[in-house]
Design a protein around this ligand. Structure first.
Ligand code: HGY
Ligand code: MN
Ligand code: MN
Length: 417
């Protein structure tokens, strides 16, 4: 049974917190550029910590910079129900990817305070560092260390394109926390997130009951040819790394189309060296992002990439290095948490459909260490990772009304109305 059927969050307060947070890194086109471990990330953390302390929570920070705002439980020795998401964004990100989940989690705490509802389990609002993986790969690295997918050393050692390390940047913004990363019991984890695709809005559905998330493979490929003069070097004497890269972009796209509509394949980053108009590129760095809901199909995409790559480099006279920087299988979410979401949405009279997440989320790694589920809200035109990302306030409210019910089902009310 859902905990309190007439309980509603304060949608106006939620929206105003979202808009306030969106000012940090706001872009002229209405988006947000708040890359992980930049000064802007630091500012968003400061604001988040202030709001959590104002809501009576004790705020702790772990060695990967993830933040946990704890609302005590009646039996405070019990493992917490965690609820949250991330505050870092893509360089041309939006106001809601990640921030909705963190502000909604804070709104859950604020509403419980308003109604003086006590829970048996403590509740922790979680803000995970570097979910996006844009500046530092891989994505979801902090929840990944928490769940044991990466070591702390691996997490801290990753470098951005300027050679700055995650660990140094975390220390620089003052969020290298004392708390060990993970290794503690969590009773359940819930994450509210925008769908970042068109399905819910097109179907006029209020809530996505996320049953699983796609598996992902992220690669970094460095192609090496010979830098030489664009004028006197005959065409048949060239070892042009960019020609090789162009063929790999074509190959990746073809692999995505060949693996049924559920597959996704993207080359998102290409760095050409020396990137001068009259020099034949001697080196190209590029990234490949593969996703699929079935592990076997993801493996087949991997095989096709490796065979195709060998042929391309041989033909273009190049050498290459390839690194698999992230590799996780499709992740189902836990039945009792998924049912808590379903029950809550039904109690609230909201329309729902089951959906698989095409995007990765911190919930994917948290599902390895505790019962976990996600809730999706629609987003306008399915747009995300784009400054035009937008949602309707009522979607944020509905998603958070479902979230608080699911959290309360797991945290168990012991006092209050
Ligand atoms: O790439 C993703 O799915 C997420 O934005 N990290
Ligand atoms: Mn996200
Ligand atoms: Mn994202």
């Amino acid at each position: 049974m859902a905990a309190e059927t007439n309980l509603r969050i304060n949608g106006k307060r939620l929206w105003s917190s979202l808009m306030e947070m969106a000012k940090i890194g706001a872009t002229p086109k209405g988006g947000v550029n708040r890359l992980t471990l930049t000064d802007l990330d630091g500012k968003s953390r400061d604001l988040f910590a202030t709001w959590c302390r104002d809501a009576g929570c004790a705020v702790s920070v772990d060695a990967m910079g993830s933040m946990f705002a704890r609302r005590p439980g009646a039996d405070d020795m019990l493992p917490p129900v965690m609820v949250g998401s991330h505050l870092d964004t893509q360089p041309t990100g939006g106001k809601f990817d990640g921030a909705l989940g963190v502000m909604a989690a804070l709104e859950v705490v604020r509403t419980l305070n308003d109604l003086d509802i006590r829970t048996k389990h403590p509740i922790e609002v979680a803000m995970w560092t570097n979910e996006e993986g844009s500046r530092f790969a891989p994505a979801m690295v902090a929840s990944g260390v928490f769940a044991g997918e990466f070591t702390l050393e691996q997490g801290l050692a990753s470098k951005d394109v300027d050679g700055k390390t995650f660990g140094d940047e975390l220390t620089r913004i003052g969020y290298a926390g004392p708390l060990p990363v993970g290794g503690r019991p969590v009773h359940a984890f819930f994450e509210l997130h925008i769908e970042q695709g068109p399905i819910l809005e097109e179907a006029g559905i209020d809530i996505g009951i996320v049953t699983a998330a796609n598996g992902q493979k992220w690669y970094e490929i460095t192609l090496t040819g010979v830098e030489s003069h664009a004028g006197p070097t005959p065409m048949n004497r060239r070892k042009d790394a960019l020609v090789g890269a162009a063929r790999i972009v074509e190959l990746v796209n073809a692999i995505g189309h060949a693996h049924d509509p559920a597959a996704c394949a993207t080359v998102g980053m290409v760095q050409v060296h020396p990137n001068s108009r009259n020099v034949i590129p001697g080196q190209v760095f590029l990234t490949v992002d593969f996703r699929h809901p079935q592990a076997a199909k993801l493996d087949s995409m991997d095989r096709k990439l490796r065979t195709g790559l060998t042929e391309i480099v041989a033909k273009a006279g190049l050498t290459y290095e390839m690194k698999l920087v992230a590799d996780f299988p499709p992740q189902p979410f836990e039945a009792s948490c998924v049912e808590a979401v379903r029950r809550a949405a039904a109690q609230l009279g909201l329309s729902t459909r089951e959906i698989t997440s095409g995007a990765g989320h911190d919930a994917v790694y948290m599902a390895r260490v505790c019962p976990t589920a996600m809730i999706f809200t629609p987003c306008i035109d399915g747009i995300s990772h784009n400054e035009a990302e937008d949602i309707k306030p009522e979607w944020a409210t509905a998603g958070t009304d479902v979230l608080i019910q699911a959290v309360l089902e797991k945290a168990e009310i012991v006092g209050g109305q």
